[in-house]
Design a binder for this molecule. Structure first.
Ligand code: PFF
Length: 503
């Protein structure tokens, strides 16, 4: 099976595809609003520190798993021990849930590309976004219906995604040569426009000036960590799948550093674009920068469109901005689908990959319909919160725990060093065995305590249970059942290393 496996045509394409997955809406929309919300430049400190302490070790872990086992998330875990296969399934469930809502945000970006042509949001982008685009109800309790323009945009997004990946690694390789570098060029153009605006300097100073008081807040560290997981696409099985299309002898460590550092650099660059433009807006409108910067998730669709409408050449730069978002998002979205279809194809290789991809796109489209309803934005917020905290953190915790202790990490580290140009030190095994699991357990329990005592976002209980707790419970249930079934199938010993040929 390994012989006939698809391969990346070159190392550069592999790196492009992985950066394409990592760099997405999270960099240009999530990262800048977190910086604004959590202490400006002070957020960069935990972000960069945790990137090196957690993000890169976990990225190396996922690449090495995929590359060594030559399988997607489920198959790779299964090859270590059958009882671990449920962890891979958990990762795939995270990919599926995120793909469902990520595509909806992409659909909004697509609509905004058209609205930008005549700055359709006018003077009131907030009313335009909630009432005209989303036709949002005032609470999740209210009647649901689906606005047809959002539905049509979502269909279009999924059709594009399907055609980007229908030929697997071959079509992905062709697409990422455009979708990876082009948005970076667009971002640079937007940056040049941004920094040459009056008031830009104030915005940039706000962005880089640290408020060290914020570092004492545990929430800041949690936000930095979940942002790193979301942004590096770890805990979703994506990097395992992408690693599995590399030759077994390919370098891992250097590639992981290049990918992680590029991802952080693009996030920081996006922050420069956003804050320089917000600085101009603050000057024009007289609103405080702190208030604009801390506008939260509405940044991309409310505050930023307003800021863009105030600059000369507004329509042109607005189209540019939403096109950049679309291009950044598309390779992240199809990487989620690739993670799922790779795993399915590993298990059922008799079904054509194209067909599996079509089924995954169709199911994700159907799953995403709930986020297009008039109450969709509330559900999206709840799902994002629960999946990024409990889903990916749990998967990453289990992954590092079982590789650290079950494989064990030292053995994998030796193998990584055999194939890599840059060598790992003992720190990596230590991080995977102790540091990462312990910190993630603390993070998980802190978050659990907070969410159990105070309902997230003040939403009604039924909505939190339906979109949050039950999604996570379903994921855990499926993982456990799958592990149980796979363990029972051939061997009754759950501690049996299944495939020695992969040692
Ligand atoms: N990393 C992407 C972003 O920052 O927008 C989102 C994402 C893509 C998350 C792929 C997870 C994933 F597997």
């Amino acid at each position: 099976m390994t012989e006939s496996r698809d391969r990346w045509p070159s190392k550069t394409i592999f790196i492009f595809a992985a950066i394409g997955s990592a760099v997405g809406l999270g960099n240009i929309w999530r990262f800048p609003y977190l910086v604004g919300k959590y202490g400006g430049g002070a957020f960069l400190f935990p972000y960069l520190l945790l990137l090196f302490l957690f993000g890169i070790p976990l990225l190396i872990l996922e690449f090495s798993l995929g590359q060594k086992m030559q399988q997607g998330a489920v198959g790779a875990m299964k090859r270590i021990r059958k009882s671990f296969s449920g962890i891979g399934l958990g990762a795939i469930c995270c990919s599926f849930f995120v793909a469902c809502y990520y595509a909806v945000v992409m659909a909004w970006c697509l609509l905004y590309c058209f609205y930008s042509v005549n700055i359709a949001w006018g003077d009131d982008p907030s009313t335009f976004f909630f009432e005209n685009v989303l036709q949002s109800s005032s609470s999740p309790n209210e009647m649901w219906m689906i606005p047809t323009h959002v539905l049509a945009a979502l269909v279009f997004v999924w059709v594009c995604v399907y055609f980007c990946i229908w030929k697997g690694v071959r079509s992905v390789s062709a697409v990422v040569t455009i979708t990876m570098p082009l948005p970076v060029i667009l971002l640079i153009i937007l940056l040049i426009r941004g920094v040459t605006l009056p008031g830009a300097m104030d915005g940039l100073i706000y962005y880089v000036k640290p408020d060290f008081q914020a570092l004492l807040n545990t929430e800041v560290w949690m936000a930095a960590l979940t942002q790193i997981f979301f942004s590096l696409s770890v805990g979703f099985g994506v990097m395992i799948a992408y690693g599995s299309y590399e030759k077994k002898t390919s370098d891992i460590v250097k590639s992981a550093y290049i990918i992680a550092v590029s991802d952080a650099a693009i996030a920081i660059l996006s922050g420069l674009v956003v804050f320089s433009t917000l600085g101009h807006m603050a000057l024009q409108s007289g609103e405080s920068l702190a208030k604009l910067a801390a506008s939260g998730p509405s940044l991309a669709f409310i505050v930023f469109p307003k800021a863009l409408s105030l600059i000369p050449g507004a329509a042109f730069f607005s189209v540019f901005f939403f096109l950049t978002l679309l291009l950044l998002g598309i390779d992240s979205l199809f990487s989620l689908v690739e993670a799922i279809s790779t795993t399915l194809h590993d298990q059922w290789s008799f079904i054509r990959k194209e067909d599996l991809t079509l089924y995954v796109c169709t199911f994700s489209f159907i799953g995403g319909l709930i986020f297009t309803t008039t109450a969709g934005i509330y559900f999206l917020d709840i799902s994002d919160h629960f999946i990024t905290i409990y889903g990916i953190v749990t998967v990453s915790l289990l992954q590092s725990f079982v590789i650290g202790w079950g494989y064990p990490a030292g053995k994998l580290c030796e193998w990584i060093n055999q194939v890599s140009v840059w060598k790992l030190s003992k720190w990596w095994s230590f991080a995977i065995r102790y540091f990462v699991p312990i910190c993630l357990i603390v993070l998980l329990f802190t978050a659990l305590y907070r969410d159990v005592t105070v309902p997230y976002g003040g939403y009604p209980k039924w909505a939190i249970i339906m979109m949050g707790w039950s999604t996570i419970s379903l994921m855990i249930f499926l993982g456990l059942v799958y592990s149980f079934i796979t363990t029972r199938k051939k061997s009754t010993n759950p501690f049996h290393v299944d495939d020695k040929s992969y040692d």
